[in-house]
Design a protein around this ligand. Structure first.
Ligand SMILES: [Zn+2]
Length: 151
């Protein structure tokens, strides 16, 4: 610690910033979200070099540095690889706590897909199987999948 900092009181200021924004999710993101909205299907992309299936889909493989053009439908079910249960409410959260963020490896994919679990929080364990629950009214959002539920 610098010598001059020893006499500095660590003051903080509280504030709030609201910044409305919108952005184009790109052609890959649009196709993914349209599939959730219109067909209740989860699509991924498959690297032509290493075969990795990405969900959410990626336009290129960060491992092989190649473009990806192959789309694959993956299961709406998978395994919880990691999770954390949220009890603390914070404005940027997608839903009111308590809920869990879970990294889910969907069947047919090679990477974790981050989403929500809202029910049976006391029963969640890594390794358990879950299934996507789609909303009845979908808008083209990642939250068209309402959450995942234990099966
Ligand atoms: Zn690859």
């Amino acid at each position: 610690m610098a010598e001059w900092l020893k006499d500095v009181e660590p003051l903080t200021l509280k504030g709030r910033i609201a910044v409305p924004y919108s952005w184009w999710v790109g052609d890959t993101g649009s196709r993914f979200l349209m599939s959730l909205r219109d067909d209740r299907k989860i699509l991924g992309t498959k690297c032509p070099s290493c075969g990795t299936v990405f969900v959410p889909p990626r336009k290129n493989c960060g491992r092989c540095f190649v473009d990806i053009e192959e789309w694959v439908e993956v299961a709406a079910e998978g395994v919880i690889e990691a999770h954390t249960i949220v009890h603390y409410a914070y404005p940027v959260q997608p839903v009111k706590p308590p809920f869990a963020y879970a990294l889910i490896k969907l069947d047919g994919t090679d990477v974790g897909f981050l989403h929500l679990i809202k029910k049976d929080l006391d029963k969640i364990k890594n390794g358990l199987r879950v299934k996507a629950k789609f909303k009845e009214e979908r808008t083209g959002s990642i939250l068209d999948i309402d959450s995942f539920e234990l099966i």
